[in-house]
Design a protein around this ligand. Structure first.
Ligand SMILES: Nc1ncnc2c1ncn2[C@@H]1O[C@H](COP(=O)(O)OP(=O)(O)O)[C@@H](O)[C@H]1O
Ligand SMILES: O=C(CO)[C@@H](O)[C@H](O)COP(=O)(O)O
Length: 481
């Protein structure tokens, strides 16, 4: 491999299932080395991970990067949004982190929305109506169920903040990830003291919100990672904001990410405030906005159906009129936290492959239902949909999105767009450039475009009909958790 043309930077994605690290040539965007190590997430009623595992996974992912990681001139860490990391006075977790896909705080989300002025208040104040994913609802859940953990908490962090702080020794976050907490006011771009007081969280426990382009800190001594003391550390951001950065998208270009979560989003110049709660009004990592809708059931749910059927994930067959709503983890879009999976239309001649296709269709239907809401009204409806995340590598996912969206679908060749976005932040610190401009210079969105096909309205209407007819079952859920 030829020598790098510019300084090396490291970008990290600490996502739900694993931590991925890339060493990137800041001049060209070429990935010089990469590493990945898994995390475990609890199953059962909640979804929790020990934050110390993320650090161990980061250490292992960087070890796999070899010598190149030692040469990094700047580092940035992006990661899964919303998770509640509660630390004691020594920076140790007082309990495992409550993750974005843990729906136990659904009653607190409902209660907080009602107690503080309703959905419109929250949407205007924070950009979003809190669902069970939002950190504020997790803090309220913890206060109710584990008051001793709340009493022991001396610092509250998001997943990417936790790792950045272990690297720099400074408690920092950024506007992108702060906007997913539910206690950051999107109008003033500051912590919302009224909401914090309402949930009994002292603002002094929260990290400083670093401005886009500002240095979050430098690597401290004795951190155990391959970086030299004094290496620049960028602020990082939430994974969706990092991927938007990593693609260098401009307003009007929609993105669909297929990973543990499914998301659809677009960059916007207008601050979102959707009182229906379908669109979360996140900030992006630059200074614009990132209206986004997120599902809890995406690649893991469809892979689970394939496993149950004993099929390879690509073994889909078309047709049959069977509907599968793959809400194995409850759901956030539509907002059905107590729901479970639902199958309708099963016949003697339905094949396993058709059932599997129905699971893909159900997962993609939820995301496409929100697509028009996240893209600005004046955006070109025929612009390609950028498809990213682990699922984007699968033919069945690509073809399902193409058929149900009726849009051209572009699949970037670059694999780890969250880590690339973080790398672009790190590169921006060195060159003084806007990180989105860095990503555009790196041409990270380049990849084949699958031409548009006629939209499969029949399937979309059938799924919408089942969702509506099954509403009471989906709202009340089952008691087996
Ligand atoms: N070739 C592939 N085809 C379809 N799905 C894939 C493929 N490779 C990985 N995946 C899916 O990607 C998922 C992981 O995606 P990723 O975006 O890395 O997740 P996360 O960032 O949420 O941890 C896995 O659950 C797996 O199902
Ligand atoms: O909750 C959201 C967005 O609001 C999720 O998108 C999480 O940020 C988790 O991301 P992945 O691990 O699936 O990338």
């Amino acid at each position: 491999m030829s020598a790098a043309e510019g300084p090396l930077v490291v970008g990290v994605d600490t996502s739900t299932q694993s931590t991925k690290a890339l060493v990137v040539d800041a001049a060209t965007g070429r990935v010089v080395a990469s590493g990945q190590a898994p995390h475990t997430v609890t199953s059962g009623a909640g979804r929790e991970s020990d934050p110390r595992q993320w650090w161990d996974a980061l250490t292992e992912a960087l070890r796999q990067c070899g010598q190149a990681a030692h040469e990094a001139a700047a580092v940035s860490i992006g990661g899964q949004q919303h998770g509640l990391v509660a630390l004691d006075a020594h920076g140790e977790p007082v309990r495992p982190a409550l993750l974005w896909n843990d729906v136990r705080s659904a009653p607190q989300a409902h209660r907080l929305t009602e107690e503080l002025g309703g959905a419109k208040f929250w949407a205007e104040r924070t950009g979003s109506v809190p669902a069970a994913s939002f950190t504020v609802t997790k803090w309220a859940w913890l206060a109710e169920h584990e008051p001793e953990a709340v009493r022991a908490t001396k610092a509250v962090r998001l997943p990417h903040d936790y790792l950045t702080e272990r690297l720099t020794g400074q408690g920092t976050t950024d506007r992108g990830d702060a906007s997913g907490t539910g206690w950051w006011a999107s109008g003033t771009e500051a912590y919302d003291e009224e909401i914090l007081a309402h949930v009994g969280l002292d603002p002094a426990l929260l990290p400083r919100v670093v401005r886009p382009g500002e240095v979050a800190g430098t690597v401290r001594e004795d951190h155990g990672l391959p970086f030299s003391k004094g290496t620049l550390v960028a602020c990082g951001t939430g994974d969706n904001a990092a991927a938007a950065l990593g693609l260098g998208v401009r307003p009007g270009t929609p993105v669909m990410s297929l990973g543990t979560s499914g998301t659809v989003y677009a960059v916007s110049r207008r601050r979102p405030a959707d009182p229906t709660g379908i669109v979360a009004g996140f900030a992006d990592a630059c200074g614009d906005w990132l209206p986004l809708a997120c599902t809890l059931n995406c690649t893991l749910a469809v892979d689970r159906v394939a496993t149950l059927l004993g099929l390879d994930r690509e073994a889909v067959e078309p047709g049959a009129g069977v509907t599968l709503l793959p809400f194995l983890d409850g759901e956030r879009t539509p907002n059905l936290p107590s729901a479970s999976g639902l199958l309708h239309g099963l016949r003697h001649d339905t094949t396993g492959g058709q059932l599997l296709q129905a699971a893909y269709d159900g997962a993609v239907h939820s995301l496409l239902g929100a697509l028009d809401r996240v893209v600005d009204e004046d955006a070109d409806p025929s612009a390609p949909l950028l498809l990213i995340g682990g699922g984007a590598r699968g033919t069945a996912w690509q073809q399902t999105v193409r058929r149900l969206s009726g849009r051209p679908v572009q699949v970037p060749e670059a694999r780890e767009l969250v880590a690339l976005g973080a790398a672009a932040q790190a590169a921006g610190l060195l060159t003084g450039e806007d990180p989105a401009a860095v990503a555009r210079r790196w041409d990270t969105a380049a990849g084949p475009v699958l031409e548009a096909v006629e939209r499969d309205e029949e399937t979309l209407a059938r799924i919408t009909g089942v969702l509506s007819d099954a509403a009471p079952l989906l709202e009340h859920g089952t008691d087996t958790a």
